[in-house]
Design a binder for this molecule. Structure first.
Ligand code: HSE
Length: 421
């Protein structure tokens, strides 16, 4: 597509993001792009746009020779993938916001891009308004990218802020996130960490060339966080955040997971509140960089979709540099995590799973312990996701195998027996 070529857009979906894009495009005359048709599922709904714009026939967009860009912002991952496949095969560039679809179909999408040579862009699918994909793709060399820590789900961050700072209860905080258009239509995807883990899979592709399904990542959400955990966090001058992390280990593998964490109040991620997202990148020579912006909502998400549409004017494509031009990294499962676990009673805490325990106490309602556990012990089990059990990472949670022995506390046998008793 040359720079002056008009972008004729076929839009799938007119929900929070689709309608936001429609309004944003009306105010962006410099783009030389217009929406020709919008395909929707529910024609009976009242929309803030002329009726003639809408159709329920996907072929009306996918087979229209004038339409050179398909923008897909629907909720159904299976239907979204069908649209993407057909659009690319019909010679149209595609912009998508469907993180679940991308996470579930990335290998096929990579093949389709190779086969058709057409752009498939999805900046809005992770961290909405923050240009994290293009930055990871273009700016950071694989070898120099030491670590990424990020808040990638706006709804859970919003809920945590509302519960822990504004004292709302969970149900009210979630309802507000839904009313404001932040939450997925199935809010379990947000609350239980699926959405963050889905986003993390393709951010790992752009950061490290890793192509792995969501199931290969250790993750949890915020569903089991207790108010008492927040009190303990405050006592340690920390906030609780749902943090996605990736770190290059000494052996070249990448430790990657999405879990709640105690984040020290001086850490940049602790300042990320409400529906905002944040990304801290640590790279060779540059040290730390922090990206911050709205991670959910109509206009912030539409702004990233708009930026992708705009990039099509100069034929921008992801090159997947870390995957195709570097030696791609591999996910590692050989590292340890420093954890803090609380449960309704001791029997829910399999103490023998931990390498060591260096902190433990019992309150009236809950028991707590802190210690170190091998990543695989968590990956291969789910006791720590059960109702009533809450597992939160300590700050600086990753311990490499080579560091373990020097960190292991010196303990007498008697004191160990006290804990296990
Ligand atoms: N439900 C998502 C979130 C929307 O809260 O982050 C943006 O991807």
């Amino acid at each position: 597509m040359s720079e002056n070529k008009k972008l004729v857009i076929g839009l799938f979906g007119f929900g929070v993001v689709g309608e936001g894009l429609y309004k944003v495009l009306q105010q962006t005359t410099s783009l030389n792009g217009t929406i020709k048709k919008v395909c929707i599922k529910h024609p009976e709904k009242k929309r803030n746009a002329p009726d003639t714009l809408f159709t329920t026939e996907k072929e009306a967009l996918l087979n229209d020779k004038d339409i050179n860009v398909i923008v897909e912002v629907i909720d159904d991952a299976g239907a979204a993938f069908d649209i993407v496949q057909t659009a690319l095969r019909n010679g149209k560039a595609v912009v998508s916001a469907s993180k679940k679809m991308i996470a579930e179909h990335l290998p096929e999408i990579l093949s389709l891009q190779k086969e058709t040579g057409l752009p498939f862009l999805y900046e809005s699918a992770a961290c909405a308004s923050i240009p994290v994909i293009r930055n990871l793709e273009e700016y950071y060399d694989n070898d120099l990218l030491h670590s990424i820590r990020a808040i990638v789900n706006g709804s859970t961050n919003f809920i945590l802020t509302k519960i822990l700072e504004d004292k709302l209860d969970f149900a009210d905080a979630l309802k507000l996130a839904q009313e404001l258009g932040f939450a997925e239509s199935d809010p379990k995807l947000d609350v239980e960490g699926y959405d963050a883990a889905n986003k993390w899979t393709f951010l790992l592709t752009h950061a490290y060339g890793i192509v792995a399904p969501t199931s290969s990542i250790l993750f949890n959400g915020i569903q089991n966080i207790q108010l008492n955990d927040a009190r303990i966090a405050r006592g340690r001058e920390c906030e609780i955040k749902l943090v996605a992390q990736a770190k290059k280990l000494d052996d070249g593998g990448v430790a990657a997971f999405v879990l709640p964490q105690f984040v020290p109040q001086h850490d940049a991620l602790a300042f990320v509140r409400q529906e905002y997202n944040g990304v801290v990148i640590e790279s060779g020579f540059a040290d730390k960089q922090f990206f911050y912006g709205k991670g959910a909502g109509s206009f912030p998400t539409a702004s990233a979709v708009l930026s992708d549409i705009s990039a099509l004017r100069y034929d921008y494509k992801y090159e997947y540099k870390k995957l195709y031009y570097h030696e791609p990294s591999k996910l590692s499962s050989d590292f340890y995590l420093k954890v803090y676990i609380s449960a309704a009673d001791w029997s829910q805490l399999p103490k023998e799973e931990l390498e060591w325990i260096d902190e433990w106490h019992s309150g009236q309602q809950r028991s707590y312990l802190g210690g170190v556990i091998h990543y695989s012990r968590l990956k291969d089990s789910d006791w720590w996701k059960q109702p009533g059990v809450s597992l939160i990472l300590a700050p600086e949670a990753i311990i490499e195998p080579g560091e373990l022995e020097q960190l292991r506390p010196v303990r007498t046998k008697a004191s160990l027996e006290d804990i296990l008793a």
